[in-house]
Ligand binder design. Sequence first.
Ligand code: UDP
Length: 329
Amino acid sequence: MKKRVLITGAAGFLGSHLCDRFIKEGFHVIGMDNLITGDLKNIEHLFPLEQFEFFHHDVSKYVHVAGDLDYILHFASPASPIDYLKIPIQTLKVGSLGTHNLLGLAKNKKARLLIASTSEVYGDPLVHPQAEDYYGNVNTIGPRGVYDEAKRFQESITMAYHRFHGLETRIVRIFNTYGPRMRLNDGRVIPAFMGQALRGEDLTVFGDGSQTRSFCYVDDQVEGIFRLLMSDYPMPVNIGNPNEISISDFAQEIIKLTGTDQKVIYKDLPQDDPMKRKPDISLAKEILNWEPQVSREEGMRRTFEYFKTLSPEELDKREHKDFTQHNRR
Ligand code: UDP
């Protein structure tokens, strides 16, 4: 009998790569997504497979899955600052109510649940790099608060189910991750720069570009998540690439990689934009024997290859996705 895994957010960037990985590992994969920020294009290639099923469902509402489940991975959530502004209430709900539903499902099915947490639980961090024992510096009521606090609550309720009900749980704190299938118009820095370079527009750096990020290639991220799920460690673990770069230096790297002759223009820094971010991955190294393998140069090259395959119409969709057809509550 194949092991059965439910992956929420299956049509999203990370969710779809996780579906691929679990199919490759011989699992029966049940994907679930409400398709607000996800795109079926990301998992189209899986539909012909017998070991893949898909349900169009919002996990903030009661979740029913027939049959046994061995594992659940909760990856449904908007994940970019632009999305938080457009769908703040849904962002809060999927992290809180959605997580609660999946905890209940995991308890019923005696499944192990891994939740996707985030470096955003550290907010605009006052310690550097960020290790798992740092409690963070989050503005609860700022524009990012809807994501940050939902994710903090998610960790909290997950630990409560673990301690109170003895549920098997895992918590991954995901740092900035990139690769093929990132949504072009989600406002994040990598698709933004790639789209601008391919359309021949200037690259928009927010603030003075001195803020830093540390970018992890998606294959490395998926490997870390897989190892964590299979480990026996219930506390949060950072998975990310500690190779840190300022956003202005990163813009120069993109200009070089893409061969564009555009220049950099500066725009206002969004509110509560973290000034520094870099994971301390000592714990993941120690307990998962994991560390990133793909350099930024190689990962960005593969990512650019993907963005180059998009049609001119897709590249031209500059506007952010229109969420108005969805219920905002
Ligand atoms: N950023 C930028 N130009 C853009 C989009 C983003 O300079 O067109 C900056 C943004 O202000 C932030 C960094 O790039 O400092 C990473 O932004 P992203 O939204 O990708 O992720 P997050 O802030 O959640 O790490």
